[in-house]
Design a binder for this molecule. Structure first.
Ligand code: ADP
Ligand code: F6P
Length: 327
């Protein structure tokens, strides 16, 4: 949706949970933006930094040597007060007072609600890029950071497999994702976990316990159950029932913030760069209130309203396959 064509000053910020690949995204926004004639700025610490007027110039060299790095060189934050329209408008004034009329926000669905508000209630032209490990946004096949997080989980599965096989044990590995089972499901398939429990599908703990027992009876030497954060209330029941059924030691481990860090994979770096390019192109066309996504390998954009309204479709086919190939 076009407001009016804005000036050539463009700022970028990262918001919400950091995700590997955000730096590759910032780098392309800055360098491609400069190549299109924009004067580039960064806002440090996400929306909190916007409230506090933490706005810095971003010359070409400000993004040197960061394409490989996890986290975000601009820092990030969760800023509950940004939901207050008056706080939000005053924060945006910090950009407008410097003559910066364009903003690119890299973050998850919470950050996109901020994009919607900025678009609806201020003069700024604003575009969103999806950066979150959770891959929980319905309008895009992938978000920046998801692939790297899954590869971290897969690496953990491999290492845990060594030790639990040595001891004939069972491991419940809890992974992030808020109410999305995407990290758990994809990592289970790629890493060879025996069971995956996700919020999008029912889980029968009694049946899982019996099935784990049958597996050991048939000669299995270890079992990994991937438990998505959105179903972690089943942890104690799982620990108790699987141990009782198998008479073996069952350990639980939450992989936690490890999943957010580390060098981004090639996929995340390239996705981040392609999305950044589209975001700058949209700004250059005077667009606002739109977000960038990827569908079937193609970069596209849609309204932030549509992006926020589409639920993430659960990949039932992949889940069914995981069940067939895992035990
Ligand atoms: P993510 O963007 O990764 O989903 P959050 O849900 O924490 O992370 O959202 C990031 C930030 O976006 C919040 O700290 C807040 O500043 C802003 N935000 C979240 N929800 C809203 C909302 N309903 N309206 C305006 N801004 C919001
Ligand atoms: O949204 C990314 C994420 O890592 C979720 O998977 C997790 O539930 C949450 O952020 C943790 O947030 P915080 O950094 O506030 O503990």
């Amino acid at each position: 949706m076009a407001k009016t064509l804005k000036n050539n000053k463009l700022a970028v910020l990262t918001s919400g949970g950091d995700a590997s690949g955000m730096n590759a995204c910032i780098r392309t926004v800055v360098r491609y933006g400069m190549a299109q004639g924009f004067e580039m700025y960064g806002v440090r610490h996400g929306y909190s930094g916007l409230v506090r007027d933490e706005i810095i110039p971003m010359p070409y060299s400000s993004v040197s040597n960061c394409v490989h790095a996890g986290g975000t060189i601009l820092r990030t934050s969760r800023c509950p007060e940004f939901k207050d329209k008056e706080v939000m408008k005053k924060a945006v004034d910090n950009l407008l007072n410097r003559g910066i009329e364009n903003l690119i926000v890299i973050g998850g669905d919470g950050s996109f609600r901020g994009v919607q508000d900025i678009h609806d209630f201020t003069e700024l032209n604003v575009i969103g890029i999806p950066g979150t490990i959770d891959n929980d946004m319905g309008y895009t096949d992938y978000t920046i950071g998801f692939d790297t997080a899954c590869n971290t989980v897969i690496d953990a599965i491999l290492k845990l497999r060594d030790t639990i096989t040595s001891h004939d044990r069972i491991m419940i590995l809890e992974v992030m994702g808020r109410m999305s089972g995407n990290i758990a499901l994809n990592s289970a398939v790629a890493g060879g976990a025996e069971y995956v429990i996700v919020p999008e599908a029912p889980a029968d703990v009694d049946e899982i316990a019996k099935s784990v027992k049958r597996g050991f009876d048939k000669g299995k030497t270890s079992t990994i159950i991937l438990l998505a954060e959105g179903k972690n209330y089943l942890k104690d029941e799982l620990l108790q029932k699987v141990a009782a059924e198998t008479n073996r030691r069952v350990n639980h481990m939450a992989l936690g913030y490890m999943q957010r860090g580390g060098n981004p994979t090639m996929s995340d770096r390239v996705l981040a760069s392609r999305m950044a390019q589209r975001a700058v192109d949209l700004i250059q066309c005077g667009q606002s209130g739109r977000v960038v996504g990827v569908r079937g390998g193609d970069i596209y954009d849609t309204t932030v309203a549509e992006a926020l309204s589409l639920p993430k479709e659960f990949d039932q086919k992949l889940y069914d396959l995981a069940i067939v190939i895992s035990k």
